[in-house]
Every structure is written in structure tokens, then in C-alpha cells.
Write a protein that binds this ligand. Structure first.
Ligand SMILES: [Zn+2]
Length: 388
């Protein structure tokens, strides 16, 4: 980024957003538009209530359809998707399919937890394991060819968005082939820009959402027919054929405690539910590092901002923080540590020395951060690593 632009960066006084993030404007009072909107959010509760009724109506329509499953739940083994399965099965009496798209480098522990959780919830589970070489080739191609365009395309979490394309498209292809009328995911209010209940105009919404990534995929794997599970020709389907897409927690009452407590009642303990970025995805720190390189922002800056706006606690490793200053300090340590690791390409880190340099980073965090070596190594010839 050039110096001129860096000087112009304006920061929101209340959250972590700044004017270098696509679509973010800081007004004369020093506030971003999300902070301004959150101050007049009283009408939101009424809107949420009507959306809950709308979703419940779709659930009862799905139940009457006689499909082999009423709903495909995108299942990651985390508390959100586990609680969603529990809610749909036990409160709404639906027949859900737990569907896990396992991308490479999820921990083995996570995969076995997924089986245990679905057993305890008494739901059927499909684990779809994405082939590793193709996946990395696609990520590499996407980052190399479209990374710089990501800003213009309003893609803030570009690495994560590429990966999510694979997960979502595989889920759609399964739901369509199995005739499942609803796809649901445990995305919550902090992870989404607004409520997600796509029950009409589905084709156009999907086209808009996946066009960019679909293009990247087709360009790289043009001739490979065995990769058709990762393609999705939206035009081949009518709105009636396409499943509804509902993220209930973007408008239902929902909290971490509600999920943990309800799940512990059915025998699922906190320790087997995945949480924390490093535990779910070993690519997370690598994508954070790239995000800093692209426009000097953490890849989850919007999620962090939504949490601080609501005064919610944030967990970093073992530390729990609510205070903006403290979080900023942590993020600075995290960034410095990642850049330190990236410039010292060796895996045998001296943890004591490391902790002295970045005291807010725990040994556990550091071990998870070291995963970036796999990706720095794998992508070492890719142009984007030097360009960004
Ligand atoms: Zn703000």
C-alpha cells in the first residue's frame, strides 16, 4: 500500500473498522456506518420476530414434503452448528442431515468429535472429505489470480471466502441431488452482515454470491469432469427446485451460553465442541497474515467490530477480553508474531524467546500460528505472496 493512502486512513472511534476496508465510511463524528446503524437498532427486534415466524413456516412446509431429510445442516462440529442440529431436531421435530464438508488440514480430533456429537444428537451424518491437492491448487489459483481484485469485489475475507465456496457448493449439490428442501447453517449475527433467510429470488441471489468464485474454479479446472461436485450451474434450476437457505441464528434468540447449556443437557460437553480459529482451521492464521499484507487489516475485523459494539467478550487463546484497547494490543502482538514467524522460516521455535517478544501470545497460540509454515512453504512459488 502506498504511503499517501496510509496517511488518509480514518478509524472509527467505537469499533475496529477503518476507511481502508471496502465499503466502510467514517463520518464527521468519527463513526462508521455500522456503529451509526447500531445506535438506532430498536426496530430490529420486531423484524427478527417476523423472520422467526417466516422460518418456522418454511420448516413446516419442509416437513410435509416427504424428502429423505427435511433439512441439510452444514455441520462443522462447533457449538453453533451442533446446537442448530439439536434445535431443529428436538424443538422443531425436523429430520435433519448433519453434513460436514471437511476441507484439508482440519485436525483429526475435530473429525472424530463430529462423529461423537452426531451420535449423541441421534442424527445421521455425512462426512465429505475434499481431496487435498485439488483444494490447495484452487486456493493457490484463486489467491494468485483474484487476490488483488478482492478489494474491488467487496470481499473482506478473501482466503476464507474461497474456501467457503467449496463447502457451500458441495452442500448445494448434495441437497439438490437428495431433494432436501432447506440448507441451514449455524452462522450467527456477528458473522453475518444481516439476517439470512433466502426463500425467494433464490437463483439470482446464488448467482451473485458464487459467480466470482465459480469463475475461479472453472478457470483452473476447466476440463476435469471428476470435479463436477465443485461446480454449480445455478441457471439449470428454478427457484422452486433450489433449497431455501436459512441461517436461523442471524435472527433467532441466540447466545454462546444458550448453546453450551442446551448441549450439555443432551450429554455434549464443552470440551468436544470446536472453538477458536486455530482449532477449526489451520489456514486461519495464514489467511490473517495475508489479509494484513493485502490491506493491513485483520481478516475478521468486521466480526471483531460487531462484538465490541455489543460489549461481548472475546476469547484469544486462554485470555478473555472486553476492552477495546486490550484487544487492539492483542491484535498488534498477533500481527507482529505472524510477521516474525513469516520472516523466520524455521519450525523449531524457541517458545520462551518468542513469549518474551510477544507476551500476549500464549505457547498454544504460537503452536497454532506455526501452521503458517505449511502454507508459506506450499505457496512459496505463488506470485501473490510476493505481490501482496
Ligand atoms: Zn464503528
Amino acid at each position: 500500500m502506498d504511503k499517501k493512502k496510509r496517511q488518509k486512513r480514518k478509524y472509527c472511534a467505537e469499533c475496529f473498522l477503518n476507511s481502508d476496508i471496502f465499503g466502510v465510511n467514517i463520518n464527521n463524528n468519527g463513526l462508521c456506518q455500522e456503529c451509526v446503524a447500531s445506535k438506532k437498532g430498536s426496530k430490529l427486534q420486531e423484524r427478527y420476530k417476523s423472520l422467526v415466524l417466516k422460518a418456522e413456516k418454511r420448516f413446516s412446509i419442509a416437513k410435509k414434503k416427504n424428502s429423505i431429510y427435511d433439512v441439510l445442516v452444514m455441520f462443522s462440529g462447533g457449538k453453533d452448528s451442533a446446537y442448530l442440529l439439536h434445535l431443529l431436531k428436538n424443538k422443531y421435530q425436523l429430520n435433519p442431515l448433519a453434513f460436514c464438508v471437511s476441507v484439508p488440514f482440519l485436525s483429526c480430533k475435530q473429525l472424530s468429535n463430529i462423529t461423537e456429537i452426531s451420535r449423541k444428537l441421534k442424527v445421521d451424518l455425512i462426512k465429505f472429505v475434499v481431496e487435498q491437492e485439488m483444494y490447495l491448487e484452487y486456493i493457490k489459483f484463486g489467491l494468485s489470480n483474484f487476490g488483488k481484485q478482492s478489494k474491488e469485489n467487496n470481499l473482506n475475507y478473501f482466503g476464507c471466502s474461497l474456501c467457503r465456496y467449496i463447502i457451500n457448493i458441495v452442500s448445494y449439490n448434495f441437497a439438490l441431488r437428495l431433494g432436501i428442501p432447506i440448507i441451514a447453517a449455524g452462522i450467527d449475527k456477528n458473522q453475518s452482515t444481516g439476517p439470512v433467510i433466502d426463500i425467494d429470488n433464490k437463483r439470482n441471489k446464488l448467482k451473485k454470491k458464487y459467480e466470482f468464485f465459480g469463475r475461479a474454479f472453472n478457470k483452473r479446472f476447466r476440463r476435469e469432469h471428476n470435479k463436477d461436485i465443485y461446480r454449480f450451474n445455478v441457471d439449470a434450476f428454478t427457484d422452486d427446485q433450489l433449497p431455501d437457505l436459512i441461517y436461523p441464528f442471524t435472527f433467532f434468540e441466540y447466545s454462546d451460553d444458550l448453546a453450551f447449556n442446551s448441549l450439555s443437557e443432551v450429554g455434549i460437553k464443552k470440551n468436544i465442541l470446536n472453538s477458536g480459529k486455530g482449532k477449526c482451521c489451520t489456514m486461519a492464521y495464514y489467511f490473517i497474515y495475508l489479509s494484513y499484507k493485502i490491506n493491513n487489516n485483520h481478516s475478521h475485523i468486521k466480526i471483531l467490530s460487531r462484538k465490541i459494539r455489543k460489549g461481548q467478550k472475546m476469547r484469544f487463546g486462554r485470555a478473555v477480553m472486553r476492552d477495546k484497547k486490550e484487544i487492539e494490543e492483542y491484535l498488534n502482538h498477533e500481527k507482529a508474531a505472524l510477521f516474525y514467524l513469516a520472516s523466520n522460516q524455521r519450525k523449531d521455535i524457541n517458545y520462551e524467546k518468542f513469549n518474551k517478544m510477544f507476551p500476549m501470545i500464549t505457547k498454544k497460540d504460537c503452536k497454532e500460528m506455526v501452521d503458517i509454515y505449511n502454507y508459506l512453504g506450499y505457496f512459496k512459488d505463488a506470485k501473490f505472496q510476493k505481490d501482496f
